[in-house]
Design a protein around this ligand. Structure first.
Ligand SMILES: [Zn+2]
Length: 264
């Protein structure tokens, strides 16, 4: 009976996930990219009960440290910490995320499945070619997912055309002049906790694995400094920068009511 109840429960959970429309969907090339670049923003939205999903395009199997399996487990732990509603993986080979029709269609299928209002992607100029291509593919997919005559199927059921309202890019290795900055002061602690869930990737004095760009002890200091730098630009302790090719509306009334409580 107990087993039966659990089966019903797990079926129910799966059904809920299958039918879930998301407010925000973040596309990232590798597990941990979303957390490093915008973990604070993700948590900030999720704790307001907005539904946020993360889709990793690859399993990160080319990473010098850890295995695809450990990174997968770490990704789920991080998703729980950030209160993410959905975490999916498209199983595109790491290091070979090509800007082609097949990969673009996979992203279109995700957009149509989750119907997010806003999507996020890596900024399209970066050190890692997978980040560059992910940014470019997501931009194309955002357009084509709204094209009725491009047919895609989910479990043999034809998907409705759907186009998100906004595409925002997050910052990875290369910086850009941000279009806007999100105050993550209240979410910074959760962000760092989620990042540290990837224990195979970051500095661990006991690890025997080779040192990488992100496992050096200075990396987490660099990350904090960057969040402090962008936070300072908006008069807050921590901030995350974003870029958009389109204009962003500023709610001046809301901004003014926030400023009335601010110090000189
Ligand atoms: Zn990456």
């Amino acid at each position: 009976m107990h087993l039966f109840k659990n089966l019903i429960k797990s079926f129910y959970n799966i059904s809920v996930v299958l039918l879930m429309n998301l407010d925000v969907l973040v596309f990232a090339a590798h597990p941990d990219d979303a957390e490093l670049s915008m973990g604070g923003t993700i948590f900030k939205l999720a704790k307001e009960n907005l539904k946020v999903g993360i889709v990793d395009l690859s399993k990160g199997e080319l990473g010098t440290r850890g295995t695809a399996e450990t990174r997968q487990k770490e990704a789920f732990q991080a998703a729980i910490i950030l209160k993410v509603a959905v975490r999916d993986n498209l199983h595109i080979p790491d290091g070979n995320i090509l800007n082609n029709q097949e990969n673009m269609t996979k992203i279109v299928m995700c957009i149509r499945k989750y119907k997010p209002k806003i999507i996020f992607a890596p900024y399209f100029n970066d050190r890692h070619p997978d980040h560059v291509n992910t940014g470019l593919i997501v931009k194309q997919a955002m357009f084509f997912s709204g094209v009725q005559k491009l047919k895609t199927f989910d479990h043999e059921k034809i998907q409705d055309a759907f186009r998100p309202k906004k595409l925002f890019y997050f910052m990875q290795t290369y910086s850009f002049e941000p279009s806007f900055i999100v105050d993550i002061t209240d979410s910074y602690e959760a962000k760092m906790k989620a990042i540290k869930a990837y224990s195979s990737q970051f500095y661990d004095p006991k690890s025997k694995e080779p040192e990488t760009f992100i496992s050096a002890p200075e990396y987490l200091t660099y990350l904090e400094s960057r969040n402090v730098f962008y936070g300072f630009k908006i008069g807050k302790k921590y901030g995350e920068p974003f870029f958009t090719e389109e204009g962003v509306e500023l709610d001046l009334v809301h901004t003014l009511s926030g400023l009335s409580a601010a110090k000189e």
